[in-house]
Design a protein around this ligand. Structure first.
Ligand SMILES: Nc1ncnc2c1ncn2[C@@H]1O[C@H](COP(=O)(O)OP(=O)(O)OP(=O)(O)O)[C@@H](O)[C@H]1O
Ligand SMILES: [Mg+2]
Length: 372
């Protein structure tokens, strides 16, 4: 009897080595471990060339690992071909058949399987309803907008009822507004059908909005895996803190560690900064203080003796919802995002260059990371 697995897909210590045209060997995927739970919306996020598509292609069976193993529903896949895996892929270029109608495009896979005509009709109807394209069955792809074509590509993959859907930057070709609409729609469809989505993107906002969990990748490795909140609020490395959202980094040396707190002497500020001990730093070693721009409080006078720094405004940028304030403190420029809570046309309501003020860093909002 087939053993039930908690995980839809697992990558266990997977390496994929390519010989490059230049003659060198490249680990496009470098000892990756990932476990994607059943029903999860899981994203792989990383910049171009970090190994996202290669990982996805190995799950689908278009490539085989050089080392390690891929498991689907707890079964080692070895060299199992794509059509024998219970996964389906939606690519960035949706590759619809241009000479076929919407209906024919979606029905194609089921017809190849020789499913009974009545069943095909019912299933196509159901997925058309799901992607909200009822009534467009007779249209050809070129008579649809980009977003509608994308939904057909999705419907074509969903109609086969795969356990896992692999999506490689499926919204890449759409403009920003449509992209945002489709993000919400895709997420809603995923929740409705309850199948596992493994989603590739290099857009951090997209990953944060849609995912249950994210794997942040760089140079073939997984740098961190966690929920959007964990990744943003508790990055475990300078790389992740810098890649997802914005951060101020203050370099220094660990002076003391007291349980949950660590103190770092920051030479550029000529003072100590206290923050959350993330467990990776050691006494006397180099560390980096990491603080998000929106978590810094500006005041006239210091709020406490600890973690308050006098500075002067260098420049400000008004961006509507927020004002970005760049403050010179010691030898550093620290960025602070201030929400514009008051509606005012008076320039005095905003910070101006040269203005003196105090920056306050709450220790519980400040992370002390190893400087690696
Ligand atoms: N068939 C191949 N032969 C040689 N090198 C390859 C091959 N396929 C991918 N690579 C290399 O492997 C690395 C990872 O490629 P991959 O396509 O997985 O990146 P990606 O994260 O999907 O990037 P993007 O965001 O640009 O799509 C890249 O450096 C790429 O040049
Ligand atoms: Mg890719």
């Amino acid at each position: 009897m087939k053993e039930l697995s908690e995980f839809a897909v697992e990558m266990r210590d997977v390496v994929k080595t390519f010989k490059t045209p230049e003659g060198t060997m490249l680990n496009a995927v470098d000892h990756v471990n990932m476990n994607i739970k059943n029903g999860e919306f899981f994203s792989m996020l990383g910049s171009s060339g970090c190994g996202k598509t290669t990982s996805l292609r190995m799950m689908a069976g278009f490539e085989w690992p050089s080392e390690g193993e891929i498991y689907i529903e707890g079964q080692a896949m070895g060299h199992t071909p794509p059509f024998q895996r219970n996964v389906n892929t939606v690519f960035q270029s949706y590759a619809l058949f241009q000479h076929m109608t919407v209906y024919q495009n979606i029905a194609f896979g089921l017809e190849m399987e020789k499913a009974p005509p009545d069943e095909i009709k019912a299933r196509v109807g159901r997925v058309l309803d799901m992607v909200q394209l009822m009534g467009m069955e007779k249209r050809f792809p070129k008579q649809l907008s980009g977003g509608q074509q994308q939904r057909i590509a999705l419907a074509r993959a969903l109609v086969k009822l795969p356990n896992v859907l692999l999506l490689d930057e499926p919204l890449g070709a759409l403009d920003l507004k449509l992209r945002k609409e489709m993000q919400l729609e895709l997420k809603a469809i995923q929740q409705k059908v309850g199948i596992t989505f493994i989603y590739v993107t290099h857009d951090q906002e997209e990953a944060l909005t849609m995912s249950d969990r994210i794997a942040v990748m760089s140079k073939g490795k997984v740098m961190q895996m966690g929920t959007p909140v964990e990744i943003y609020e508790r990055p475990t490395s300078r790389f992740v803190a810098g890649f997802i959202g914005e951060s101020n980094f203050l370099e220094g040396t660990v002076q003391s560690i007291n349980g949950e707190r660590a103190n770092v002497l920051v030479p550029a500020l000529m003072t100590e900064v206290t923050g959350l001990n993330t467990g990776k730093v050691k006494m006397g070693e180099k560390a980096v203080v990491c603080i998000r721009p929106e978590k810094i409080r500006i005041s006239d006078e210091p709020v406490s003796k600890q973690n308050s720094f006098r500075g002067a405004v260098k420049t400000t940028t008004y961006i509507g919802s927020d004002t970005h304030v760049y403050v010179e403190v010691g030898k550093l420029t620290i960025k602070v995002w201030e929400q514009n809570r008051v509606s005012s046309l008076d320039p005095k309501a905003y910070y101006t260059a040269g203005q003196n003020l105090t920056l306050n860093l709450m220790p519980e909002n400040t992370l002390i990371l190893a400087d690696a």
